[in-house]
Design a protein around this ligand. Structure first.
Ligand code: EPZ
Length: 423
């Protein structure tokens, strides 16, 4: 097991390249199950979750050819089974995304129920209810979802909660259904739009992706396509916050400022100077300490829940008091206990954290609990005095490509070592 050692005090100053979005790559890899010809996906991030998804497809008998630039060509003509095993699903809940495509194209799917995770119960009832509305026979036996359908039929589906992967699963399932499907109260995340763009390139008939009402007219078959994954807005925002907390300057290239409007506004409120171009964003704090900012997470286009932990670090060292409200997941404050170990002043009241900014944090050993919490601990280490040792960093490798190399490029003192204390 590895750990990261971060030595605080360096003001970041530099430029990095942003990778393709994890939360677009995962559903788009699943979407290739719908195509009768090979699909090539470009700008795929080199992440553990992507490798897991490729293994999941490989175990179904699907061929995946990866070129030297990590473009992946997926050919499903050799598929042998429609099975997503527990030992893979338990490591990556997003495996549920193969359910809709398998059911829609092959009429059958055996997908392990994803367990809970650190940030919440994360049920999949909305996925299953939507597929039932489309005529699927869904049973749960021995921890597996057994789904069957002669051919799915179009339906009008209202999502009781705005769910990103449920929107994606149902949109993918509807592409080959008989008739038209309307998904209301759909998630509007840019990653949902990117999945739709890829499906349309494969021949799907979809309108409204990116809005809260998506209409899908079922077709007989989908063909091959070439699709470039949208930039990762959460990776971008994480590095911008790293610049903000260290009073530094960070330029993120190969990204898209239109995906991050609320985050950029909040960073300006915290005292950052933000400049943008077609595919880049630059943050400059000019050596200033950030000002405290109130955060309230909600579905896109509001403040992403995936940025809550990172802004918690900014507020922990900011000038002033602030409040952070987490309205999407019921248990996404696991990082608070770890931040308290570093000397922050945070009080929790239900889904609200009250933070009193302190001039500085002290380095200490801490433990990552989930993907974005681990990123938050790295950011805290950048500003803490002395060394911060972060264990269980397998969480971070799921969602951040080469995080220590990218931060070293920005001038951070960070290294990955073997964690001899880990069992
Ligand atoms: C996606 O998860 C992302 N993952 C998450 O990113 C992200 O935090 C989340 O959307 C919210 O933006 C991927 O896209 C692979 P939801 P998802 O369904 O789809 C409840 C990261 O760090 N719900 O939008 O699983 C659910 O419990 C990860 O990259 C149901 O009740 O999230 C939550 O409270 C973490 N029943 C709310 O909806 C369901 O069937 C929103 O969850 C589905 C969801």
């Amino acid at each position: 097991m590895d750990k990261l050692i971060v030595t605080g005090g360096n003001r970041l100053d530099g430029e990095i390249r942003i990778s393709g979005a994890k939360n677009a790559a995962l559903p788009i890899l699943a979407a290739t199950l719908l195509a009768q010809e090979p699909v090539t996906i470009c700008n795929v991030p080199h992440l553990h979750d992507v490798t897991t998804t490729m293994e999941l497809l490989g175990r179904m008998g699907i061929s995946l050819v990866v070129d030297e630039r990590l473009n992946i060509e997926v050919d499903t003509s050799t598929i042998k089974n429609f099975y997503a095993p527990y030992e893979l699903v338990k490591t990556m809940r997003a495996s549920i995304l193969v359910l809709g495509p398998l059911l829609s194209r092959f009429g059958e799917a055996h997908v392990s129920m994803p367990g809970g995770c650190a940030i919440g119960q994360r049920p999949v009832n909305i996925h299953l209810d939507g597929l039932k509305a489309m005529g699927a026979d869904i049973r749960v036996e021995n921890g597996y979802i057994i789904a069957r359908a002669e051919r799915l039929k179009g339906a009008k589906i209202f999502l009781e909660i705005v769910s990103v992967t449920a929107t994606e699963n149902l949109m993918m399932a509807a592409t080959l259904a008989r008739g038209t499907t309307v998904i209301e109260n759909a998630a509007r995340e840019p990653e949902v739009e990117d999945v739709a763009k890829c499906l349309i390139a494969m021949g799907a008939k979809i309108t409204g992706a990116g809005s809260s009402t998506i209409t899908i007219e079922g077709v007989e078959k989908l063909g091959g396509a070439v699709h470039r994954i949208v930039p990762d807005r959460i990776e971008t925002a994480t590095y911008l916050v790293a610049g903000a907390v260290t009073g530094g300057r960070v330029k993120a290239r190969d990204t898209d400022p239109k995906l991050l409007e609320v985050v950029l506004q909040k960073l300006e409120e915290a005292g950052a100077e933000i400049s943008t171009g077609e595919d880049w964003i630059e943050l400059d704090m000019g050596g200033r300490r950030p000002k405290a900012v109130n955060i309230h997470t909600a579905p896109y286009p509001a403040m992403p829940t995936d940025m809550q932990a990172q802004f918690m670090v900014l507020n922990a060292v900011a000038d002033g008091a602030s409040r952070v409200v987490e309205s999407v997941f019921e248990n996404r404050f696991m990082h608070v206990q770890e931040l308290l170990r570093l000397g922050s002043e945070i009080e929790l009241e239900g889904n609200t954290a009250l933070i009193n900014g302190v001039p500085g944090l002290q380095g200490a050993p801490v433990m990552a609990t989930d993907l974005r919490a681990s990123a938050c601990l790295v950011l805290a280490g950048l500003v803490a005095r002395g060394e911060t040792h972060i264990s269980r960093i397998y969480h971070i490798d799921r969602g951040y490509e080469c995080i220590e190399e990218k931060l070293q490029l920005l001038g951070a003192n960070i290294k990955r070592v073997l964690d001899r204390s880990a069992v």
